[in-house]
Write a protein that binds this ligand. Structure first.
Ligand code: FAD
Length: 291
């Protein structure tokens, strides 16, 4: 099935995003949670690439094992960070040989300690160039690109950020997966502006349920997403981990139900290698191959 088809003809695609853990125990735990997430009949899993300084090497290992266990399609995230175009071609060849179906094509963040993104000599500057490169390869990967309901932090303004997104889609992206957000109004505005600008591919909202306020503050400060003050206030009422989990997941479930009511194309969940929050959020929802 083609990537965009998971979001068409009444289907509402469901995908879960994982990251490569640093330890063997983390890896075992990840696979156990993947097995539990299968109860929600997802359409595919994705795995990040070098995000937050994590290793790039493990992405395909994680995905190969997830594919073997679940028999579902898998998507490798891929960035332009520190790589020449030739190295990216080599990665794509390996990804194709190891059964990767889709690529989440990204520019990537500047490496730790650097404030601006610098392409290496012979490398790529923006994600649209990566999409173009992928489309020159023999393997017909499905391609997702990133979209920003609250505007990317380095963009000059919302209009130029949207022009960039259009460039990525025109280069051959099949779907857009959004950065996490906690106020659905930001998503609806973004989706409307995409439509007005002729971006017609499915726009898939990405949600990260908060299970711990400090962690959410760290993540949102890195990607410059807003945490609504009322939500922070509610989460801060008690320090107990159970409380923060309860409130954070309740908020994410309310977001999810509202998005489904408002015709969201599907759902991408940043599950952070754990299933518990997704289990609470998704209970009774019609998504993935149950939709
Ligand atoms: P681009 O689309 O290239 O945009 C980068 C910036 O440049 C934007 O501000 C854009 O407006 C601007 N721009 C683009 N083209 C031009 C142009 N021609 N002229 C001037 N300005 C331009 N990071 C990781 O390291 N690993 C991951 O696995 C990962 N997974 C992600 C998954 C999702 C769903 C999302 C939303 C983000 C993910 N990220 C990941 C983070 C991502 O790498 C960062 O947000 C990064 O800063 C931008 O990547 P991009 O692909 O959106 O870049």
């Amino acid at each position: 099935m083609k990537l965009a088809d998971y979001y068409r003809d009444g289907r509402r695609g469901l995908s879960f995003e994982l990251f490569p853990p640093k330890t063997e125990a983390g890896l075992q735990s990840l696979y156990e949670h993947v097995d539990r997430l299968m109860a929600f009949k997802p359409d595919y899993f994705t795995c990040t690439y070098g995000a937050g300084g994590s290793t790039q090497g493990l992405t395909l290992d994680v995905l190969s094992e997830v594919r073997r266990r679940t028999e579902l399609p898998v998507a490798s995230h891929l960035t332009c960070v520190g790589a020449t175009a030739d190295e990216i071609r080599t990665y794509l060849q390996e990804a194709s040989q190891r059964g990767t179906d889709f690529i989440v094509a990204l520019r990537g963040d500047p490496p730790k300690g650097e404030t601006t993104f610098q392409a290496v000599a012979g490398g790529l500057r923006y994600a649209n160039e990566l999409v173009e490169l992928i489309r020159t390869q023999p393997h017909p990967f499905g391609i997702a690109v990133a979209g920003y309901p609250e505007v990317h932090q380095e963009a000059l303004d919302a209009d130029s950020d949207l022009s960039n997104l259009k460039r990525k889609v025109d280069a051959g992206a099949d779907i857009v997966i959004t950065q996490l957000f906690y106020d659905n109004a930001d998503f609806y505005r973004f989706r409307e502006r995409c439509e007005q600008n002729g971006i017609t591919v499915p726009i898939v909202p990405g949600l990260l349920p908060i299970t711990n306020l400090a962690q959410a503050q760290r993540i949102t400060s890195m990607c410059k997403a807003k945490l609504p003050p009322q939500l922070v206030q509610r989460l801060s009422e008690k320090e107990a981990p159970d409380w923060q989990f309860e409130i954070g997941v309740q908020h994410a479930r309310e977001q999810l139900l509202d998005l489904l009511k408002n015709d969201a194309a599907g759902m991408h969940l940043y599950v952070l290698n754990k299933s518990q929050a997704a289990e609470k959020m998704l209970e009774g929802c019609q998504l993935g191959s149950t939709a």
